[in-house]
Structure formats: structure tokens, C-alpha cells
Design a binder for this molecule. Structure first.
Ligand SMILES: *Cc1c(COP(=O)(O)O)cnc(C)c1O
Length: 399
């Protein structure tokens, strides 16, 4: 047994490739599993939902919502996704480094000083100013190949973008510059997954007016996951989907049979009895009502597991829900194991997010407990947790 424990911590990712998940995680304290088959199935489900004529941008910003941008993007590219979208240029350049060849769109602000880097890596920018347009045009002329640009219309989110009038002017300005190709107009919905998303129709009308003024721009995209699934009239010829690819369903949105891609697991680091009346963890915010078997789970707020889950959340152990007791620490938390029929031992697998023995803890459940949304639950998981990507339990990459 000791030999097996020694066999995988510190081993290179290459050694772990092809190993079973069970073996690859045997001596790990805590890790994330990324189910690549589920990711592919979610892509297929979104394609079915929106139809074959709508292009799909995979939104892989923020390390693919905490799932690991490189393995997720490679899998999606192989599965035939049309394009990628990220928030910032650095994220796009990292995807190119990882070998991604499909078009990549930067959704948010880019400085003119970065135009050359964008053009050199064939990354499409969202253009918001004449300065950026001029810099991209110059870089494209020097590089000898056209640069695609997208223009974002601010139709009411009042975040990044341009008012309708400014967008039309900038699109015409770009059209007249050498080396620039205005590829698409786009916008982003303010109330995509709200109970009442009728404001989306106001936004649609504004976008439509800009499109009417610029009939020569070939593409248009407006829908995120929720809007793509709720409002066919806003699909245009492309959608930008993030959350749904990761198998999470936005609020107020029909579920096209998605499967969660990410699980967070850990092995018990200690199992011991806390005597009646003793307090556990900082501040002794929980005291054992009787002699209680308590387990130590090596995940904490420095992994992105919220401190506010102290005395609130649950963890699956032996396929049952066990309550978190006391405060969540930086590196670990405690669970009350006293309801289990048999006593766990050090090394037993626990599930913080995902499925075990037919029970499931969802990102939505954690989001409700921590007063946030599922996007934040997964995107907040920090790099200290290794991402083990697998297909049907066989490791494909570790990062
Ligand atoms: C993050 C983001 C998306 C993806 O949204 P989901 O709800 O995760 O599908 C789409 N468009 C823009 C502009 C975004 O910032």
C-alpha cells in the first residue's frame, strides 16, 4: 500500500496519462475531476438545441470557468466547436500557446499597444475606439494578413461597448481602413436568466437598428447560454455559450439534458472522536453535542471553498451527506461523520461537488448556500487544486 501511495504525488502529468482516476488520485489530498465526455455531450446538446445553422462560440474565459482552459478548449476544438471567446487578450494568447487554431474573440477591452500581439496570434478583438482600430489596421498591414474585428453595441447592460450611433460610426471607420475586416456586431443581455427577460427584446430592437444601418457586416451574436435556450429570436447566426457547456443550467432556463463536467473531491486526512462539549476549528463555533466522530477534509477557502460554508454546507462521505461543522479554514474543514453506518478511515474519498453513491451536491446548491450563482462557485476554484481531465475514468491530462 505504501508503495502505491508513493506512486503518484509529484509524478509528471505524462506519467499519469492513461492511468485510472482511482490510481491517479490515490495519494492526493484534494483534486478536481473534469469529465471530458460530459463536456462533449453538453456541446452536442447545445448544438441540438439551437440547430445546425447557428455557430457556437465556446466561452472559455477565467480558465474555462475554473475547469482548465487548455484541456477544455482542446476537447471542444476536436469536437468541432466553431469559435472561442475569452474576456482578455492574455487568455486568447494562452489558448494559442496551448495549440488552439480556431478563431478566438476577445470580448472585453484591449489596449492599442497590444494590437500587434493580437494580430500576430490571429486573435479577433472587440474594437471600441478609433485608436485601437488604427493600431490593428497598421499591425495587419505589416503582418500582411487581415485582422477580424467585432463591434459591441451597448444595448442596455451599460458595461463594455458603444452606443448605437458610435458603433455605426466606428464600423464605417473600420471598413475604410486597410487590413481590417468587420466580422460581426454583437451585444450582451442584461436579464438573460432573470425571471422576466423581456428587456432582452428592447435590446434586440436596438441591435436590429444597428444591423439595419450596417447590412454589409456578415455576422451577429447576442445570446449567452440562457438567452440561447430561452429566446430563439436572439440566436442570430452565432451564440456564445459558457455555463451550459460546463453542464450547469442558468436560472429560469430549460435544461437540454446537460451533465455537470466538474467534480471536487478530497480524501479524509484524519478521523477522530471529539468529546462531548469540545469545540472544533477557529472560534469553536460548533461544539460536539455528544462524543462525535469528526472527519478532516483537506479543502479550504484558499482552494476557493467559501468560508461562509462553515456550519452550513455538506460533504458526501460513503455516499451520504455529512454536515460541515465549525469554520472553514484556509486549507481544511471538518465534517460530522456520526450519522454514517460505518466509521470512515483516513484516505476515504469525499465529494464536495459532484456525485457519490447516488447523492449529488450541485454548484447551484453551493451557490444558494453562499449567496451567489453557480458561475462563481466553479470560477472561484483556485489553481492549487489540480485539474484531472478524464474520459470514462481514464486520465487524459493533469494540470
Ligand atoms: C461570460 C459571457 C458569456 C457566456 O455566458 P454564459 O451565461 O456562461 O453562457 C457570453 N457573452 C459574454 C459577453 C460574456 O461575458
Amino acid at each position: 500500500m505504501l508503495e502505491r501511495y508513493a506512486s503518484n504525488v509529484g509524478n509528471s502529468a505524462a506519467t499519469l496519462q492513461g492511468m485510472s482516476l482511482a490510481d491517479a488520485t490515490l495519494a492526493r489530498n484534494a483534486w478536481i475531476e473534469i469529465d471530458l465526455a460530459a463536456l462533449e455531450a453538453n456541446l452536442a446538446a447545445m448544438r441540438r438545441a439551437v440547430g445546425p445553422t447557428v455557430e457556437l462560440f465556446a466561452v472559455v474565459k477565467a480558465n474555462a470557468y475554473g475547469h482548465g482552459a487548455a484541456p477544455v478548449s482542446r476537447t471542444l476544438e476536436q469536437a468541432g466547436v466553431d469559435r472561442f471567446a475569452v474576456a482578455w487578450l492574455d487568455e486568447a494568447l494562452a489558448l494559442r500557446e496551448a495549440g488552439i487554431t480556431r478563431p478566438i474573440l476577445v470580448l472585453e477591452h484591449t489596449f492599442p499597444a497590444s494590437a500587434q500581439a493580437a494580430v500576430a496570434s490571429n486573435v479577433d478583438c472587440t474594437v471600441h475606439s478609433r485608436e485601437l482600430a488604427l493600431a490593428l489596421s497598421e499591425a495587419a498591414v505589416v503582418a500582411g494578413r487581415p485582422a477580424n474585428v467585432h463591434i459591441k453595441v451597448d444595448t442596455g447592460l451599460h458595461r463594455f461597448g458603444l452606443d448605437a450611433r458610435e458603433a455605426i460610426d466606428l464600423a464605417r471607420f473600420c471598413r475604410a481602413l486597410p487590413g481590417l475586416n468587420v466580422d460581426a456586431l454583437w451585444t450582451h443581455m442584461a436579464n438573460a436568466d432573470e425571471d422576466d427577460d423581456t428587456f432582452s427584446l428592447d435590446q434586440l430592437a436596438q441591435l436590429q437598428a444597428v444591423r439595419d444601418a450596417l447590412p454589409w457586416v456578415p455576422h451577429c451574436h447576442a445570446a449567452n447560454s440562457a438567452t440561447a435556450l430561452r429566446r430563439p429570436e436572439l440566436r442570430f447566426d452565432a451564440i456564445r455559450t459558457g455555463l451550459a457547456l460546463y453542464g450547469l443550467v442558468p436560472a429560469n432556463t430549460p435544461d437540454p439534458a446537460l451533465t455537470p463536467v466538474l467534480s471536487l473531491k478530497a480524501r479524509l486526512a484524519r478521523v477522530h472522536v471529539v468529546a462531548a462539549g469540545q469545540g472544533v476549528s477557529y472560534g469553536h463555533t460548533w461544539r460536539a453535542p455528544r462524543d462525535t466522530v469528526v472527519g478532516l477534509v483537506p479543502v479550504g477557502y484558499a482552494d476557493g471553498w467559501r468560508r461562509s460554508l462553515g456550519n452550513r454546507g455538506e460533504v458526501l462521505v460513503h455516499g451520504r451527506r455529512c454536515p460541515i461543522v465549525g469554520r472553514v479554514c484556509m486549507d481544511q474543514l471538518l465534517v460530522d461523520l456520526s450519522a454514517l453506518p460505518s466509521r470512515p478511515v483516513e484516505g476515504d474519498e469525499t465529494v464536495l461537488l459532484g456525485e457519490q453513491g447516488g447523492q449529488r451536491i450541485t454548484a447551484d446548491e453551493i451557490a444558494t448556500l453562499t449567496d451567489t450563482i453557480s458561475w462563481e462557485v466553479v470560477a472561484a476554484l483556485l489553481p492549487r487544486l489540480p485539474r484531472i481531465a478524464h474520459r470514462a475514468g481514464w486520465v487524459s491530462s493533469v494540470g
